[in-house]
Design a protein around this ligand. Structure first.
Ligand code: NAP
Length: 413
């Protein structure tokens, strides 16, 4: 079936989720309902989908609705056959995501999502990568705050390093200089589910410790990777750093990008992520507090009754998340420092307006999904499991700068 013969270019699956509603509003503002992007919203509840459509205003009455449960293979198959691409916000993906991946792969439909669950991405790769290559489905995980700014930030810095020095950096650090935002119930549910799976499965714990776990077989990188696990001093940034909660998916996606690009960053490429806590005694105290807080959360989430109490009484429930004001006021500022093998240094920043996990994430996913649905001819981009940088590269950087309030800039020394 050709793209033109399909009813839709893009279907937003999980449009009624916390982040799906923001994405739906963003796509409506950006693309309207004209012929530029023929899109539809989908989910398990017709009533909720109708309510969401109504909230967009009378002119949105023609936005098509598709009802499909994440576990209903027939409904998912029909949905996939009717569209060129699907963007899914139905998570935790390790609980609900596999049948949709299977349906996309079987029907040759493109797919992107917001997962930050590397253990699930690895399972999907193992089971469906060969079939996706055969059917032509382009699958792109991690198209939100994890991992687009990291993956494209490194891609951008390496592009600039090659232009300036004639070689890529063999060591890059990403440091979160500042960020303001909140968590939704869906994100919390995904994180708690990862702890639940890891505490029950020693093989998964081993896999989670492997920074190359998403790289294809024979990727050739054996270099030991740096990893900020506790408070430490970072001389390059002249301050203290602490672990970054999203480093696990981001680091693995960046290494997969390197492997899929034939080790374009070098076989010995090293990459890590951390949060900048600042200089001096105050910076040290903040870094220690962040490290201790994350450690305490990890321990609490691994203990079944404590995890249940956290879910029930403390953390946001599915469907809940930061207020519209908080989403609006949110932002992020990520700093990248790269060094070449002969010691030359290059710096960049990636900044975004809007809550990183929601306002900004919805725009990133929206632009990635539209690009996937409209602008990547199958003759040029083959089926398989891609990363944001390998499939979208510079084009997505341009779109994010123009339409999503995300900026990529080199910094002077
Ligand atoms: N990468 C990032 O930066 C980033 C940022 C934000 C969120 N996320 C991820 O995105 C996902 C969504 O987060 P959220 O906070 O928006 O979640 P949420 O509000 O809890 O929404 C979950 C969605 O899944 C749907 N759902 C659950 N079971 C289903 C089923 N059997 N069939 C069809 N739909 C089903 C729900 O449908 P109903 O509406 O009908 O209940 C709802 O739309 C999570 O996995 C989260 O971790 C990632």
């Amino acid at each position: 079936m050709t793209a033109a013969s399909k009813s839709h270019d893009l279907v937003v699956f999980g449009a009624t989720s916390f982040v799906g509603q923001i994405l739906t509003r963003y796509l409506y503002e950006e693309f309207g309902l004209g012929s530029r992007l023929r899109w539809a919203i989908a989910g398990r509840s017709k009533a909720k989908l109708e309510e969401l459509r109504k909230s967009l205003g009378r002119r949105a009455a023609k936005l098509p609705i598709i009802v499909a449960d994440a576990g209903d293979d027939d409904a998912l198959g029909a949905m996939c056959r009717a569209t060129s691409a699907v963007a899914s916000t139905v998570g935790p993906y390790s609980l609900y995501g596999e049948p949709l991946i299977r349906a996309c792969v079987e029907s040759g439909t493109d797919y992107c999502d917001l997962t930050g669950e590397p253990q699930w991405v690895r399972r999907m790769l193992q089971k469906y990568e060969a079939a996706a290559r055969k059917s032509g489905a382009r699958i792109v995980h991690c198209c939100g705050f994890d991992s687009i700014p990291s993956d494209l930030g490194v891609h951008f810095l390496q592009r600039e390093a090659r232009a300036k020095f004639g070689q890529p950096c063999n060591r890059i650090k990403m440091r979160v200089k500042a960020a303001s935002g909140g968590f939704s119930g869906g994100t919390v549910a995904s994180a708690l589910n990862a702890f639940r799976e890891a505490s029950a499965d020693p093989e998964m714990r081993r896999e989670l410790a492997n920074p190359y776990s998403l790289c294809p077989k024979g990727h050739g990188s054996k270099t030991r990777q740096p990893n900020v696990k506790f408070a430490e001093y970072d001389a390059d940034f002249k301050g203290w750093v602490a672990p970054f909660v999203m480093a696990a998916p981001n680091v693995r996606i960046v290494h997969r990008t390197n492997a899929l690009s034939g080790n374009a960053y070098g076989a010995g490429f090293q990459y890590d992520e951390a949060v900048l806590a600042g200089p001096g005694l105050r910076g040290r105290a903040v870094a220690l507090a962040i490290s201790a807080g994350l450690g305490a959360f990890a321990v609490a989430a691994a203990i079944t009754p404590v995890r249940a109490a956290l879910e029930r009484f403390v953390l946001p429930a599915p469907g809940e998340g930061p207020s519209p004001e908080a989403q609006e006021k949110g932002f992020f500022d990520l700093r990248f420092l790269g060094k070449t093998a002969d010691g030359r240094v290059i710096r960049a920043k990636v900044t975004g307006q809007g809550d990183p996990g929601y306002g900004s994430t919805s725009k990133m996913l929206g632009q990635a999904a539209a690009l996937l649905a409209l602008d990547l001819p199958r003759s040029r981009v083959k089926g398989g499991f891609w990363t944001p940088a390998t499939i979208f590269g510079d084009t997505l950087i341009e779109r994010l700068e123009e339409h999503a309030d995300v900026d990529f800039n080199l910094l002077e020394d």
